[in-house]
Design a protein around this ligand. Structure first.
Ligand SMILES: NC(=O)C1=CN([C@@H]2O[C@H](COP(=O)(O)OP(=O)(O)OC[C@H]3O[C@@H](n4cnc5c(N)ncnc54)[C@H](OP(=O)(O)O)[C@@H]3O)[C@@H](O)[C@H]2O)C=CC1
Ligand SMILES: CC(C)(CO)C(=O)C(=O)O
Length: 330
């Protein structure tokens, strides 16, 4: 069964590379820059547990046609690129091809379904962090199994994912899982604005209070819509804001595992700002603002984060925690 990773950057090269190293038939489609990096160095896949895999023979193509042979497509573009990628795929993939979205946000599945009407679209979610360290090195910095909507079309691939060390966790309904991930991804903007590694950022209470404010606002709106986010970590999502607001010494005592992350790990939004690319802010915090608008309400904290990130997309300067908190409380 042929697997094509479409939009192979950080997540795509890592997930696809692990599958390839595990013996699956995998090809990659993406941009010239990544193709050149992979052609020169191959792939080296490391993780927080000490895994270190090298894959020399990698098929990395830059034309959508390369997805034509796929039985399974793993879509790993950023959310703003989903529509364009779906239109390209619609022109080349076979009817019945299974297309899994391994993306953040909650609407990529719908965008794909609108455009890939003869294919099987399966929304998924990647819980862990991947950093491209350059020269073909991709590092998984945090833990977690790949989450997907349960679907019989995934059956031929379940063994391959398990063999690659990336077992698929199938859910009856992925949407509450995606909302929980979105609540965690509200930190992407704060992390990007802080310009710090995740561990340094989250060990400072003022940044955690910024995140608590964004999450509390979102949780209230989700409750008003009757949406219950899934429990994806040890603590239920509704308790997150209270835990985040704890003073540093209590936070490190009771939520120490949150800080037990790779010291280099950062968020994908930080990477986008650094690379001068548009961010996913409108697909993350933007969803919260849309929840508010649907009720005739406002989401001022998330709206402010959107404004600050859009400004940072053209002119980025690091925000110290106290300054950012003040800005969000105004
Ligand atoms: N990085 C991380 O740690 C995590 C990321 N995620 C999520 O996973 C998804 C992927 O993120 P990530 O891997 O970091 O993103 P990247 O930007 O690293 O990779 C996406 C790649 O796809 C390319 N691309 C975009 N459109 C097309 C297209 N039409 N055809 C071919 N290639 C295309 C992009 O090129 P270009 O930019 O030049 O258009 C880029 O190289 C996002 O939704 C993200 O939020 C989830 C968990 C963790
Ligand atoms: C895993 C996490 C939360 C942090 O890397 C992420 O999803 C991202 O960076 O977009």
């Amino acid at each position: 069964m042929s697997i094509v990773v479409y939009g192979a950057g950080g997540i795509g090269c890592y997930v696809g590379g692990r599958l390839l190293a595990g013996g699956a038939d995998v090809a990659f489609v993406g941009r010239e820059r990544m193709a050149a990096e992979v052609a020169t160095h191959g792939l080296r896949l490391t993780d927080y547990l000490g895994a270190d895999l090298r894959v020399a023979e990698v098929r990395y193509e830059t034309s959508p046609e390369a997805a034509g042979a796929a039985d399974l497509v793993l879509l790993t573009v950023k959310s703003a690129a989903t529509e364009a990628a779906a239109d390209e795929l619609a022109g080349v993939v076979k009817p019945g091809t299974v297309v899994v979205s391994f993306q953040n946000g909650i609407r990529n599945g719908d965008v794909l379904r609108e455009r890939l009407t003869d294919q099987v679209v399966v929304p998924g979610m990647v819980p862990f962090n991947v950093l491209n360290r350059g020269q073909g090195v991709f590092h998984q910095g945090t833990a977690g199994a790949l989450d997907v909507q349960e679907h019989s079309g995934l059956a031929p691939y379940v063994g391959g994912f398990a063999k690659a060390g990336l077992p698929l966790k199938q859910h009856d309904d992925i949407l509450p899982v995606q909302w929980s991930k979105l609540l965690l991804n509200l930190n992407n903007a704060i992390n990007a604005l802080s310009d710090l590694p995740l561990r340094d950022e989250l060990s400072q209470r003022t940044y955690r209070r910024c995140l608590a404010a964004a999450q509390a606002e979102s949780l209230a709106l989700l409750a008003a819509h009757g949406i219950e986010p899934a429990r994806i970590l040890a603590v239920p999502m509704r308790l997150f804001p209270a835990v985040l607001r704890l003073p540093d010494f209590l936070f490190s005592r009771f939520a120490g595992s949150v800080l037990a992350i790779d010291p280099l790990a950062r968020t994908s939004m930080w990477e986008d700002l650094k690379a001068g690319r548009p961010t996913e802010i409108d697909y993350l915090n933007g969803e919260v603002v849309r929840l508010a608008e649907a009720l005739g309400r406002k989401a001022p904290v998330n709206a402010k984060l959107i404004e600050l990130i859009h400004k940072a997309e053209t002119n980025h300067h690091p925000w110290p925690g106290p300054e950012l908190l003040r800005e969000l409380q105004r």
